[in-house]
Design a binder for this molecule. Structure first.
Ligand code: BG6
Ligand code: MG
Length: 223
C-alpha cells in the first residue's frame, strides 16, 4: 500500500521517461549508432539523432538504414541491432551516479516525500542496468520498459501500464518526457505531460522546462 500525504493536486502519480529525462544516455545511443553506420560506410548527423529519441531500437535501425540507403533482411537487422546494443551496453555499464541529470535526485526525493507514486515508462530494454548504475532504482514503485510493452511511443501502452500498476487513473498521472513521441503517448493516454526540453519542439506538453532542476512540487499542484 502506498500512503498519500500532503498532496493537494489532482495528480497522484508521476511517470518518468528515462533517457533524456533522468539521465543523458542519448549521447551513448548516438555514438553506438554512428559506429554501426560507419561500418556500413555512411554517417549521420547529431540533428538526425533527434529523430531517434523515444523510438525503439528496431525502429531506430530502420530509420538509420533508410538514411544510408541500405536494405537488409530481417535476420541481418536483428544482428545489426544486437551489435549496436553490445557497444551501447559496454558504455552504459561504466555509467556512474554523476551522470544523473541536474536536479533529478532532489526532485525525485521531494515528490517521494510528498507522497506521489513513481513509475518508470521507458522504451529502453536496458533501463534496469542504467537505473542500477546511476543509483536511481529505489525511487520507482514500478518499472515499465521496452521489455514489457508491445507498442512503441507514441502509443500510450507504456504509460497506461504504469498507471495500472500504480493503481491510479490516467487523469491522476503526469508524464515527464523529452521526446515528441513521448508527449504524444502521454496525451493519447489521457494524461498530463511535462516536457523536458524546448517549448518549440514539445508543443503539446502542458508545461515545458529545460530540466527537472527547474521544477517544484507547486508546479505539479498547478497542473
Ligand atoms: C529510448 C531512447 O528511451 O529507448 C531511444 O530514447 C532508444 O533512443 C530506445 O532507441 C530503446 O533503447 P534500448 O536501450 O532498448 O536500445
Ligand atoms: Mg527520452
Amino acid at each position: 500500500m502506498y500512503h498519500l500525504r500532503n498532496i493537494t493536486s489532482n495528480i497522484k502519480a508521476c511517470l518518468f521517461d528515462l533517457d533524456g529525462v533522468l539521465v543523458d544516455t542519448a549521447i551513448y545511443h548516438y555514438q553506438a549508432w554512428k559506429r554501426l553506420a560507419n561500418t556500413m560506410n555512411f554517417d549521420f548527423a547529431e540533428e538526425q539523432n533527434e529523430q531517434l529519441k523515444g523510438v525503439s531500437r528496431m525502429e531506430s535501425l530502420t530509420k538509420i538504414l533508410a538514411w544510408g540507403n541500405i536494405t537488409k533482411t530481417e535476420r541481418e537487422k536483428m544482428e545489426l541491432a544486437a551489435l549496436k546494443n553490445s557497444w551501447y551496453v559496454e558504455m552504459i555499464s561504466k555509467m556512474t551516479p554523476n551522470e544523473v541529470l541536474p536536479g533529478t535526485v532532489e526532485f525525485l526525493t521531494a515528490i517521494t516525500k510528498a507522497g506521489y507514486k513513481l513509475a518508470l515508462g521507458s522504451a529502453s530494454k536496458n533501463s534496469s542496468l542504467i537505473l542500477e548504475r546511476t543509483n536511481l532504482t529505489h525511487f520507482f514503485h514500478e518499472i515499465v520498459d521496452g521489455n514489457s510493452v508491445n507498442k512503441s511511443k507514441p502509443d500510450p501502452e507504456v504509460f497506461i501500464k504504469g498507471a495500472e500498476l500504480l493503481n491510479v487513473s490516467a487523469k491522476e498521472c503526469v508524464v515527464f518526457e523529452d521526446a515528441v513521441a513521448g508527449i504524444e503517448a502521454a496525451k493519447a493516454g489521457g494524461m498530463k505531460a511535462i516536457g523536458i526540453g524546448k517549448k518549440n519542439i514539445l508543443v503539446h506538453a502542458d508545461l515545458v522546462v529545460s530540466g527537472l532542476d527547474k521544477l517544484t512540487i507547486e508546479d505539479l499542484e498547478r497542473l
